[in-house]
Design a binder for this molecule. Structure first.
Ligand code: FES
Length: 71
């Protein structure tokens, strides 16, 4: 079975036990990782973006995507 990911999805390598913050707002300068820019977006546009936190139990690769990355 193959999965089709949106064109704007990103593959990241994650290390066991390390915490990652993934951007959901699309405004980060270090995509796909959160750099805190969502706080400005939330204040300006009265919304409530938050990063997604990931901690893996093993070294692996994953695909990440947010619908806001396409807008
Ligand atoms: S910068 Fe996008 S969620 Fe933090």
């Amino acid at each position: 079975m193959s999965i089709e990911f949106p064109e704007s999805s990103k593959e990241i390598t994650i290390i066991k036990g390390k915490r990652y913050s993934i951007c959901t707002c699309g405004a980060s300068a270090v995509m796909p990782f959160c750099d805190g820019k969502h706080r400005e977006i939330n204040e300006k546009e009265v919304c409530n973006y938050k990063s997604i936190k990931i901690i893996s139990e093993k070294d692996t690769k994953i695909q990440v995507h947010s619908a806001a990355w396409d807008s």
